[in-house]
Design a protein around this ligand. Structure first.
Ligand SMILES: Cc1ncc(C[n+]2csc(CCO)c2C)c(N)n1
Length: 228
């Protein structure tokens, strides 16, 4: 009996999800956009493009979280995710409101920036998965957004940036309060009881949105637009 008590812990669902997409995280850390943030060479226009796309992204991400919240199995889980949906609108948009004037961008002009192909694809996938899938599907799709940004913030904070605007961005995600937010949502995911079929769906969604996270930075780096 003692053996079962002292047996090494089996990886949790979120650990398995992370392991399946660890290579994407590595590729993100190696992306020139992030190197440009820490050495300060990222062109301000490229960062402005990223923020404009992110404003579009955040609107739909908040909607996605609200839909996932509505499908949560417990009242506590609904409350947590609904709170995060509200905080996305507040915290993230506050970051934008500070940075946009510092970049010389009029917040009102932001709405005129066309939603890029990658932003359209990523947000469409989030909304479709939240609306059409189970709670576990929707949750798996929203996790990389939280988790990858926290890891990126942690990785970049030591290097910092000579540019105060980029430091402000890095500090937001390296913050302890943000780490608690991410820990809460991962703990929620690890309380779910999922069978093998449900977990395989979660891996698929997590893998897709993790790759969209890389693509989001890459699209900003290329200042992606529609070919037609
Ligand atoms: C493309 C993209 N991916 C992730 C984030 C980070 N983020 C957006 S909403 C949210 C959850 C709670 O606020 C987090 C961590 C971002 N800004 N843009």
């Amino acid at each position: 009996m003692e053996d079962t008590l002292t047996a090494p812990e089996v990886a949790t669902v979120t650990q398995r999800l992370w392991n399946g997409a660890a290579h994407v995280h590595e590729a993100i850390l190696a992306h020139p956009f992030l190197a440009g943030l820490t050495d300060g060479t990222l062109p301000a226009d490229t960062f402005a493009y990223y923020l404009a796309q992110d404003a579009h992204y955040l609107r739909d991400y908040a909607r996605t979280l609200a839909v996932v919240a509505a499908k949560a199995p417990t009242h506590a889980d609904t409350a947590l995710l609904a709170r995060h949906a509200a905080e996305t609108a507040e915290v993230e948009l506050a970051l934008h409101e500070t940075l946009l004037p510092q970049l010389g961008i009029d917040a009102a002009a932001l709405a005129d920036v066309a939603v890029s192909p990658t932003t359209t694809a990523y947000t469409s996938y989030l909304l479709a998965t939240a609306h059409g899938g189970t709670f576990a599907d929707g949750l798996a799709a929203v996790l990389p957004c939280y988790w990858i940004y926290q890891r990126v913030g942690q990785s970049l904070v030591a290097a910092g940036s000579p540019d105060a605007r980029y430091r402000r961005w890095i500090d937001t995600y390296a913050d302890d309060a943000f780490a608690e937010t991410v820990a809460a949502v991962l703990a929620l995911a690890d309380r779910l009881v999922v069978d093998a079929a449900a977990e395989s769906g979660m891996h698929r969604h997590f893998g897709v949105t993790a790759r969209y996270e890389w693509m989001f930075w890459d699209a900003a780096w290329r200042r992606e637009g529609w070919p037609l």
